[in-house]
Write a protein that binds this ligand. Structure first.
Ligand SMILES: [Fe+2]
Length: 197
């Protein structure tokens, strides 16, 4: 027993495996050749390309929600601070759903910020802080782009017979984005606070 313990102490299980590197085992943009479901590689490749565009846009919207959650100010600070974080959490779920759909189709999901910034169609906000109407406008523009992506993907998935992507995009991405944009757009409606017009 004493001998066995001594052996464990001597062996450094952690550091001896550090500093490894290797070749990329699947390039971004490539799909695996064969999978158990019936969609062929060409269809899966086209779907993954569209889904990666949606993913990049959704990652930017997700991060913009957190940015504005932190930086929002003014008389609507409290409700907006909470709402923006709720939408951020929901976008986290959506991003994960899209990314895993890409992997399931045999593709590679875009993931890192720099790569996402190159791919997204959404105009990136400045590092600095902006006024509430500008923050809201940016969110709405991003939702608009994402909902258009959803319609394009639904059409392509329908044509290709990719029922799973079609269903996911409708139920898990489009409808939550429609709902979020409804909550957001109402912050830009002029309404009297005290006296009715
Ligand atoms: Fe927070």
């Amino acid at each position: 027993m004493a001998t066995a313990l001594k052996k464990v102490e001597k062996k450094d299980f952690v550091t001896e495996h550090w500093h490894q590197s290797g070749e990329v085992i699947q390039k971004w943009g490539e799909v695996t050749k064969s999978l158990p479901h019936r969609l062929d590689a060409k269809v899966r490749s086209e779907m993954c390309k569209k889904l990666n565009q949606l993913l990049a846009n959704s990652i930017v919207l997700r991060d913009m929600y957190k940015k504005h959650h932190w930086q929002v100010a003014g008389p609507t600070f409290y409700p907006l601070h909470l709402l923006l974080d709720k939408h951020f959490e929901e976008q986290v779920e959506m991003v994960d759903t899209i990314a895993e759909r890409i992997q399931l189709l045999g593709g590679v999901s875009i993931a890192m910020g720099g790569d996402v910034a190159e791919l997204t169609k959404i105009q990136l906000p400045p590092k600095g802080r902006e006024e509430v109407p500008v923050q809201i406008s940016r969110l709405l523009e991003a939702h608009k782009i994402i909902m258009q992506d959803c319609h394009d993907i639904a059409e392509a998935a329908d044509d290709a017979g990719d029922d799973g992507t079609n269903d996911m995009e409708d139920s898990d991405i489009l409808r939550p984005n429609e709902l979020q944009s409804w909550f957001i757009v109402n912050h830009l409606v002029e309404m009297p606070l005290i006296d009715a017009e």
